[in-house]
Every structure is written in structure tokens, then in C-alpha cells.
Design a protein around this ligand. Structure first.
Ligand SMILES: [Zn+2]
Length: 426
């Protein structure tokens, strides 16, 4: 069965402009891309007028909460949440209970992932240290052999620089990227939001920017020393971003992530102690928002990644200081980026494709999925003319701890095509 996506605006990482055209799909592959495809009589025709057709998204920072925290999320619900947002592949984080810190857990998880509708594109990271305790190295060789694509103790930094140095040497030798959650625990203390005028006003303990920035500097220096590929997770401060940029300019193998919420929100949005604005690292300042956005435009960030972090209402309904860190992101990322930036010509579609589809796959040593003849049919159709209301019913994640809950944004992920199959059409 052929399917003809007619009259679409096609996005590519190579251009800030959209290309008008038709896309023909058969048996999982794109068999034609042209300004106009004529003479095809045996295809289902899908009118894409006014829609953007772009390669599917890939998220390298996702908490699927399996094993052990299935009340928040599991791989199956996480995969459906991803599809709902136009994401057809992701990398799971190892801060689960127990932690993903050995080959056996990696194998079990990947097996469990296979039964989802995007099973072939789900990956997991493995912990750097056993139990993410920062003391003893986890079985890195075994996890890599079992299929782990990245190492991280996400949620925590590796406090001991000697442990981190050894981990980096292993990661370098096994050619696997090491991702750092950068934070100096002694500086963060019991902090639950950015340390600044808003934390003083709210009477909440703060996490100063230097907590993140000092750890970024340390980890980069260790990466330079060991030669590992270091990825810095969820950068939130302009100073930290600048440190990474200078390291890149010196030829150090460092990449970095920006989360949509750190572009859109800042500590003033916490308002009346709204725990849907509590995450770690925390929302910083308006100035950081603007400089991070400029950094993204200038190519300083390698990838956009959501840090999708589901929590139950029971947990998030606690007081601000007690509630857990994190918000969901897979279902809202693209539409919120459209609503906040693309629709206002602040970001273009080419950048989104590069930073949230192509580069994340490359970072994990996977092939991107550009819309070209002979390529795999892994793309989404986005309708800027419709709106999305993020109700509990709309969301497929088990959790709905997001600042966008019950908000209506411009744009809609209308169709998701994965290996030729239409996983979603609305
Ligand atoms: Zn983290």
C-alpha cells in the first residue's frame, strides 16, 4: 500500500527554509520526494496543505521510570507519550530503582521496550557507578555489550573526581559517551529552586548557578585530560554554556543539551509555589532564558532534550520544598517550541530538525532520518493551524506534571509515521 503525502512543507536540517513538495511512501520507505509527484494511481492520498512534514524527533534524555517506579511511568506509557509528541526514539535514564547499572537490567529493559510500537528505536543508558552511589564503577563493558548507548548517573553528579576520571577512561576505551548531571552537592544543599531574588522572596532554599557551573568546569577539565566524549546534560546558565563553548573551541570532545523549559520559563514563573516549575537544575533567570536561546540559535547546543520526568500527583502535590524535581516533556516539547518560538520566527524548522532529530541520533551513533528518496519513512506532520490543549485525557504519559497542563498552545502534531506505519493520525 502506497501513501502519498501531498502538498507539504518539508523541513530539513540543512535549510532554514521549507521546501514545498510531495512525499511517496511504500513498505516503510520514502520512494519519492518531488515538487509534484504525478501519475500515481494506487496510493492513499493525504492532503498536507499548510502542514510541515519533518523528520521524527529523538530525545536523548528520558525518564521511563522502569524498573521500579511504574506508578509514574513505564516504558510502554512512555513510548505512547513520545509518539503523542512526535518523538519516535529516545534514550532512557538509569535513575530507576534499582538503578540500571548492570548488563542484566539493560537486557531486560531493551526486551521490554521491543513490545512497544517504537521498540526498535528505544535505547537505554547505563549508570556510571553502582547504584549511582558515586563510589564503585558499574559494569561498563557488560552494559555496553548488552546495548547501553550512554553512561550517566543522571540526577546526581559523580562527586569523587578520581571515580569520574576512571569512568571516563573506561568510557573512552569502550567508545561510549559519558553524560554529566553537573552539580556540586555541597553548594546545592537542600535547595529546591534557583538561588536569587525569587527564592529569597518565597523563603525557599536556593541552588546557586555556581553549583552547576563549577561542576561543568571540572568535568570538562577531566574530559580534556582523559579524551572521553563528555555530554553535559540540561545546561541552564549562560555562564555554563559559555564554558562549554570555549571548551569546544579548544577542540575538547564535549557536547551539551538544552531543555525546552529552560528556554521558556524562569524562576519568576514559580509564582505561588507551583511545583510544575520545580526541576533540577532549576529554572534560572530571564537573562539566562534570552542568552540560552541565542546560544541555541548560534549552534552552541548540540541537542534539544526534554528531561521528561514523570511524577504522580500525590508526589507533586506536596509543598514546594518536599515535591520531587522534574516535569514531563515528551508530549509538549515540539508544540511548545512552535508556540513560543517558531510561530514568532525566533527559531526555524531547520534548527528544530537539526537539534531535536538529526544531531541526537548522531550523538548516539545512529543514522538521522531525513526526508529523502530511499530513506526510512520516519516523519511527522505538524499542523500550525490547529491548537492543542494538554488535558489529562490528551496525554498518554501516566503522569501530567507539566506547566502546560490544561493550557492551549498553537500547533498540533497531527500525524506520526514510523517505518512507514501511521502510528498517530488526528
Ligand atoms: Zn539531570
Amino acid at each position: 500500500m502506497k501513501r502519498l503525502y501531498r502538498n507539504a512543507q518539508i523541513a530539513s536540517e540543512d535549510s532554514s527554509k521549507l521546501m514545498h513538495g510531495d512525499v511517496l511512501v511504500e513498505a516503510g520507505f520514502i520512494i519519492g520526494v518531488a515538487a509534484e509527484i504525478t501519475g500515481v494511481t494506487d496510493a492513499e492520498v493525504i492532503d498536507c496543505t499548510g502542514r510541515i512534514l519533518l523528520p521524527s524527533l529523538f530525545d536523548i534524555h528520558v525518564h521511563a521510570r522502569e524498573p521500579g517506579q511504574e506508578q509514574k511511568e513505564n516504558i510502554a506509557s512512555c513510548a505512547e507519550a513520545a509518539i503523542n509528541g512526535g518523538v519516535t526514539g529516545f534514550v532512557m535514564m538509569p535513575n530507576t530503582s534499582p538503578a540500571i547499572d548492570n548488563a542484566g537490567v539493560v537486557r531486560t529493559l531493551l526486551e521490554s521496550a521491543r513490545s512497544t510500537r517504537i521498540g526498535a528505536s528505544l535505547y537505554t543508558s547505563g549508570a556510571i557507578t553502582k547504584g549511582r552511589k558515586g563510589e564503585e564503577l558499574a559494569g561498563i563493558a557488560g552494559m555496553k555489550a548488552a546495548g547501553a548507548v550512554m553512561l550517566t548517573d543522571d540526577g546526581f553528579p559523580v562527586d569523587n573526581p578520581q571515580v569520574l576520571r576512571r569512568a571516563m577512561e573506561y568510557a573512552r576505551d569502550f567508545d561510549i559517551p559519558l553524560s554529566s548531571h553537573c552539580e556540586v552537592k555541597e553548594l546545592s544543599g537542600k535547595g529546591c529552586m534557583h538561588e536569587g531574588k525569587v527564592s529569597y522572596a518565597l523563603g525557599l532554599p536556593g541552588i546557586p548557578s555556581i553549583s552547576e557551573e563549577i561542576c561543568i568546569s571540572r568535568d570538562i577539565r577531566l574530559a580534556e585530560y582523559t579524551g572521553v566524549h563528555l555530554n553535559i546534560q540540561h545546561v541552564t546558565t549562560a555562564e555554563g554554556m559559555g564554558t562549554i563553548k570555549r571548551a569546544k573551541d579548544r577542540g575538547i570532545r564535549v557536547t551539551c543539551e538544552i531543555a525546552p523549559h529552560h528556554l521558556m520559563f524562569n524562576h519568576e514563573d514559580i509564582g505561588d509555589y507551583d511545583t510544575n516549575y520545580k526541576m533540577n537544575p532549576p529554572l534560572r533567570t530571564k537573562e539566562d532564558n534570552a542568552l540560552l536561546l541565542q546560544g541555541l540559535k548560534d549552534g552552541w547546543f548540540d541537542v534539544i532534550a526534554t528531561d521528561h520526568a514523570p511524577h504522580t500527583p500525590f508526589e507533586k502535590n506536596q509543598d514546594f520544598a518536599s515535591a520531587p524535581f522534574g516535569i514531563t516533556g515528551l508530549e509538549t516539547a515540539l508544540t511548545s517550541l512552535y508556540d513560543a518560538f517558531i510561530s514568532k520566527d525566533i527559531l526555524d524548522w531547520g534548527l528544530i530538525v537539526k537539534r531535536y532529530s538529526a544531531e541526537p541520533r548522531r550523538l548516539m551513533k545512529l543514522a538521522p532520518v531525513p526526508i529523502k528518496e530511499g530513506g526510512i519513512a520516519d516523519f511527522i506532520l505538524f499542523n500550525p493551524g490547529r491548537t492543542t490543549t494538554f488535558t489529562r485525557e490528551f496525554m498518554k504519559s501516566k503522569s501530567f506534571n507539566t506547566p502546560f497542563l490544561n493550557k492551549t498552545l498553537q500547533g498540533m502534531v497531527e500525524r506520526v509515521i514510523y517505518r512507514g506505519e501511521e502510528l498517530l493520525a488526528r
